[in-house]
Design a protein around this ligand. Structure first.
Ligand code: FO1
Length: 307
């Protein structure tokens, strides 16, 4: 069964991993957020594409949820000694990917082309697609001014007030080749339990994508990134509140209501079901917390069974 999967980094990667075990990997197109991309040390870094690639290749650092397992940080240590910024923890093995991608981009490849070549090199048979070849940058508004997502998330450890989030240059961007075809042509679309504001929001900000999700007759299913009022990880609730979305499973449903058919939510959130169904979204109750591979595979099986 062909699936178009919308995802960010670490949260979404858990479900992507489960789906890659339970469905034929070549039938999966994973459409990834690139709003978190950052240029550091002259290198183009695409954290969410990389997290998904390392996950699919079986080399992700499982403890952190990003980066390469067993990586070392010798280059970064020396960069620090030379007075370069080292708050973003780029491992030695991870650096190879950024160096290769940056060279490809400099020589004229698009981000989608570079991603495809890097996927092939790691033996990934799913389609891994950036949301766009164009630069769309997630910027976080704080009392000290607007900062990039990585400055907010990693450098400031999300300990700064947020008054809004913008997707810079989204209006000028176009979906990457293949994105619209997969959304229109897949048997279903799955929205991963990623941050609705900074992981899924940027994908939806690319003109045409939200409309395609609304337009598809195939089921669109999301898994809630919030359980019992708390985000599964990170500052999801803070960022939702900052953009005026209720930081609850209901807020997630309402935010996606124009295109979403089914929201899969945790049993702890069953009291929200009536309110969510009133905005036109069906609900399904499932244990959605994914602590180990068996949890990921079980949730993937449940989603496939729903379809
Ligand atoms: N997350 C951190 O919390 N600290 C880091 O230093 C860090 C470095 C990093 C390097 C490469 C990469 O692909 C991801 C990295 N991440 C780091 C994760 C990343 O900031 C987030 O997971 C995503 O951008 C949010 O989806």
């Amino acid at each position: 069964m062909t699936l178009a999967i919308l995802t960010g980094g670490t949260g979404g990667a858990k479900l992507v991993e489960g789906l890659s075990h339970e469905a034929a990997p070549e039938e999966l197109a994973i459409i990834c957020n690139t709003g978190d991309d950052v240029v550091l040390h002259g290198l183009h870094i695409s954290p969410d594409l990389d997290t998904i690639a390392y996950t699919l290749a079986g080399i992700v650092d499982k403890e952190k949820g990003w980066g390469v397992a067993g990586d070392t940080f010798s280059a970064l240590e020396l960069l620090g000694k030379y007075g370069e910024e080292n708050w973003f923890k780029l491992g030695d093995r991870d650096l190879a990917r950024h160096i290769a991608r940056t060279r490809m981009l400099r020589e004229g490849a698009t981000l989608a082309e570079a991603t495809a070549r890097l996927s092939a090199a790691l033996g990934i048979s799913s389609q891994l697609l950036p949301m766009s070849n164009d630069r769309v940058e997630t910027r976080v508004k704080t009392p000290e001014g607007e900062i990039s997502f990585q400055e907010y998330f990693v450098k400031r450890r999300w300990a700064v007030d947020v008054s809004g989030v913008v997707y810079k240059d989204a209006e000028k961007s176009r979906p990457a080749p293949g994105v619209m075809d997969w959304i229109h042509g897949a048997a279903a679309v799955i929205v991963c339990p990623s941050n609705p504001v900074t992981s899924i929001g940027p994908i939806l900000s690319v003109p045409g994508i939200r409309k395609a999700l609304k337009g598809t007759r195939k089921p669109v299913i999301a898994v809630s990134p919030i359980i019992a009022g708390a985000p599964v990880a990170g500052p999801t609730d803070k960022l939702m509140a900052a953009v005026g979305v209720e930081p609850s499973v209901f807020g997630v449903a309402k935010n996606y209501a124009d295109f979403l058919d089914i929201l899969v939510l945790a049993p702890e959130d069953r009291n929200w079901r009536t309110r969510i169904e009133a905005v036109g979204v069906q609900t399904v109750e499932q244990p959605i917390r994914m602590n180990d591979l068996e949890d990921k595979r079980r949730l993937a099986r449940e989603l496939l069974a729903l379809l």
